[in-house]
Design a protein around this ligand. Structure first.
Ligand code: ATP
Ligand code: MG
Length: 405
């Protein structure tokens, strides 16, 4: 059962961006609670911290809810909405004053801060007053120089006659930035954050690796791609980019990622046969039996390998869109469908029966468009060209039939 605010005599405050909250925060809070006989630890997720650029920061509501999930099972932990609800830049001093109002003048406040922040306290707004109102608990983090920290603490104590305590918490080499990096690199975060937080991150796709290109990067990519193909194929490529971006806007897919996938989808198409074979060997590309017989169809896989190895783009959805744009595959993601469909419907492609219908379907239902597109390429290859069809196409036709209304 949680304690009434009026009964609390010792309150610890744990401020942070909590982007996301991790067990380093929780272990620290629990250690402080235990060591200083604290009645309640109040977690205060920040709104707009003045010292952190918030361009890439997760929305306050997500950070707040993850903090609630992480602390729900501990009767002595609570979460405050004070800072996330305040408009504009938030300062610790204002928060502390408001907390005093809620918990009463006599409450003793302990402000928890990591060793990485202690030397910056003096740069905070009204830091001297802050040092008078609160006790500070400086906790060590791994990799931080304890001696230097103790020295800083002594200095602050001497200058400001303030209470700064030092506490070593069990070493945890965890930080939120490290968690975000792990997610980018598709490494597990299990046991580094509470299970509920991990579930929440998955549910809302937080910290998913997103790509943003500068104008200069775009231009460099374009010249590279143009140098690998005829002007005619490059014109087709530009057409696919345009069409794919139009589709992608409907499905809220990251514009730069669509751009890269469309730009590179045919990069290997016109390479001489010997070079294709070389690249397959160099990048250890696995081809199925059908692709071995029709090496032309392998240009998707080769193109994806070129993008990954030469441009260090590793995002699976982009690579898969290039890899499988030729014949498609089961369980395609939206970006893969967008590239497949844009390739079939771009303006420059000669008109064929069904083209306009596929295009308009793609603007509101990717699966219905996929069925029509697969059906049309099946007809084209078997009836018009009289060529062998990849077995996957049959499978996909069967699968997408359910969307044919
Ligand atoms: P980022 O990597 O984005 O800076 P962070 O892990 O430091 O994130 P914050 O929300 O910035 O998390 O931290 C809130 C408070 O918790 C800070 O005072 C920070 O020093 C402290 N803290 C964070 N991780 C640990 C840890 N592993 N052990 C002890 N204290 C920690
Ligand atoms: Mg930090």
């Amino acid at each position: 059962m949680s304690i009434e605010e009026s009964q609390i005599t010792k309150l610890a405050i744990m401020g942070g961006t909590f982007d996301p909250i991790h067990i380093g925060h929780l272990v620290t809070a629990e250690e402080v609670r235990h060591e200083f006989n604290i009645d309640e630890v109040l977690f205060v997720p920040t709104g707009h911290p003045p010292h952190k650029s918030n361009i890439n920061m997760t929305t306050s509501e997500h950070r707040y809810l993850m903090t609630v999930l992480a602390t729900a099972a501990n009767a002595n932990f609570k979460v405050s909405r004070l800072e996330i609800e305040r408009e504009g830049v938030t300062y610790t001093i204002d928060t502390i004053k408001e907390i005093k109002k809620v918990y009463g003048r006599d409450v003793r406040l302990y402000f928890i801060t990591g060793a990485d922040a202690i030397h910056k306290i003096l740069t905070w707004k009204e830091s001297e007053e802050l040092l008078q109102i609160c006790d500070f608990v400086a906790v060590t983090r791994p990799g931080h120089n304890t001696e230097e920290l103790l020295h800083q603490i002594e200095e602050l104590k001497r200058t400001y006659q303030t209470s700064i305590h030092f506490l070593e918490v069990p070493a945890l080499a965890i930080s939120s930035s490290n968690i975000r990096d792990r997610i980018h690199n598709m490494k597990p975060i299990k046991y580094l954050v509470p299970q509920e937080v991990e579930n929440y991150i998955k549910k809302y796709n937080l910290y998913e690796y997103k790509i943003y290109l500068t104008t200069e990067e775009r231009e460099r990519m374009c010249s590279y791609v143009a140098s690998k193909m005829s002007p005619k194929r490059y014109a087709h490529t530009r057409g696919v980019i345009e069409m794919a971006i139009e589709f992608a806007n409907v499905y809220k897919i990251n514009c730069d990622e669509v751009f890269i996938a469309a730009l590179f989808h045919d990069i290997a198409k016109e390479l001489p046969l010997a070079e294709k074979e070389n690249l397959c060997r160099q990048y250890k590309i696995e081809l199925d039996d059908f692709e071995k017989r029709h090496l032309d169809l392998a240009h998707g896989k080769i193109g994806a390998a070129m993008l990954e190895n030469e441009w260090k783009i590793t995002k699976p959805s982009i690579l898969d869109s290039i890899r499988y744009h030729t014949v498609g595959r089961e369980e395609m993601c939206d970006l893969e469908k967008v590239i497949y469909l844009a390739d079939m419907t771009e303006e420059g492609r000669s008109p064929y029966k069904g083209k306009e219908q596929i295009k308009s379907l793609a603007l509101y239902d990717l699966n219905r468009a996929m069925y029509k597109a697969l059906y049309s390429s099946y007809n084209y290859v078997t009836h018009l060209l009289g060529e062998e069809i990849h077995p996957i196409t049959f499978k996909l036709l069967e699968h997408y039939k359910q969307y044919d209304l």
